[in-house]
Design a protein around this ligand. Structure first.
Ligand code: NAD
Ligand code: IPM
Ligand code: MN
Length: 323
């Protein structure tokens, strides 16, 4: 039996994750869900955002379904999501951008780059070390090539004109693509950001370093209706975590207006990861039928609440199950 740890986190995580869980349970009642408390809310209450015992709970799960956590820009606070990604070595952050006329997958290196965690503050400056290792680059390049092989091609997003660390990243990614027989292009990340928005058809799988992938994926959300639409998978050799690309959205939290599609799609990615693409597709199709019926949350120009949208998807999933 698949055991899934469920982390609502903070903010709208408390609203979108329960919707995704209801749908997951409807399509796969055999999956065991157990709740784990992680995040800024827990830190405020207890002084610990995660803790060793909690990390052990996360490790014990076959997968994690994660909402979003608040990370204040406080030098004394380290993002609990980054701690989890590092501790579980979730090196591949897969962010599909799919919608009308758009089918792109951003593959973001998830453990190093500017998120190496090697940083310090001096009286008059603060430094962060951007680490690009051969091992880290080879494994993300291989992951991206495996995704690109049955598709069209690979683009390596980089800034090698300025950053020596990206010269190594590009060298390794192009070598892996050649080895894998995947057609490969190399684009500077700044120009790529605009070109992806203007000509998404020119892109297929895009591999890039940690922070570039973070920024590129939020920008790419523009192509498919915004942050409420984008799911993601964080994959390692032994663990996997599925989460919306968006954050805890404190500006709309607690109002029942958040779009739960990103969380629902993250649950669909979880199903596909566990070898059940039929259930994954059933969830995705149910979302599309609800959108097709004109039911939308506020960010998409509609009036449906988070819960109402979720209930509509649940009905569609049930209808498909009975058909
Ligand atoms: P955000 O993604 O939370 O929100 C950006 C904007 O998009 C906001 O206006 C928000 O209302 C809107 N938005 C996001 N998700 C939405 C949804 N599902 N439906 C409708 N609108 C949605 O980014 P932010 O405001 O920069 O960050 C808020 C907090 O979340 C910060 O503490 C940040 O560190 C954290 N964060 C966490 C994660 C994560 O846990 N994976 C990701 C990004 C940001
Ligand atoms: C994301 C988020 C995280 C990141 C933050 C909250 C640590 O923005 O998952 O895109 O930068 O990776
Ligand atoms: Mn982000």
């Amino acid at each position: 039996m698949v055991k899934v740890a469920v982390v609502e986190g903070d903010g709208i995580g408390h609203e979108v994750v329960p919707v995704a869980c209801d749908i997951l349970t409807a399509v796969r009642p055999d999956i065991e869900l157990f709740e784990v408390e992680v995040g800024y809310g827990r830190w405020e209450r207890t002084g610990s955002a995660c803790g060793e015992e909690t990390m052990a709970d996360l490790r014990s799960a076959d997968a994690i379904l994660f909402g979003a956590v608040t990370t204040p820009p406080d030098p004394g606070y380290r993002s609990v999501l980054l701690q989890i990604r590092h501790a579980l070595d979730l090196y591949a952050n897969v962010r599909p951008i799919q919608g009308e006329g758009v089918d792109v997958i951003i593959v973001r290196e998830n453990t190093e780059g500017l998120y190496s965690g090697i940083e310090w503050t001096e009286p008059d400056r603060a430094c962060t070390v951007r680490v690009v290792s051969r091992r880290g680059s080879e494994r993300i390049a291989r992951y991206a090539c495996t995704l690109a092989k049955p598709r069209r091609h690979l683009t390596v997003g980089n800034k090698a004109n300025v950053l020596k660390s990206d010269c190594l990243f590009v060298e390794i990614c192009t070598a892996e693509a050649l080895r894998a027989g995947v057609p490969c292009r190399v684009n500077y990340i700044d120009a790529l950001c605009l070109d992806l928005l203007m000509h998404p058809d020119r892109y297929d799988v895009v591999v890039t370093t940690n922070m570039f992938g973070d920024i590129l994926s939020d920008a790419a959300a523009y192509l498919v209706g915004g942050l409420g639409m984008l799911p993601s998978a964080n994959i390692g050799e032994r663990h996997a975590l599925f989460e919306p690309v968006h954050g805890s959205a404190p500006d709309i939290a607690g109002k029942n207006v958040a779009n739960p599609i990103a969380a629902i799609r993250s649950a669909a990615m979880l199903l596909c990861h566990f070898g059940d693409p039929v259930s994954g597709a059933a969830v995705e199709e149910a979302v599309l039928r609800v959108l097709g019926a004109g039911i939308r949350t506020r960010d998409l120009g509609g009036a449906a609440g988070t819960r109402e949208f979720g209930a509509a998807v649940l009905r569609e999933v049930g209808r498909a199950g009975r058909a």
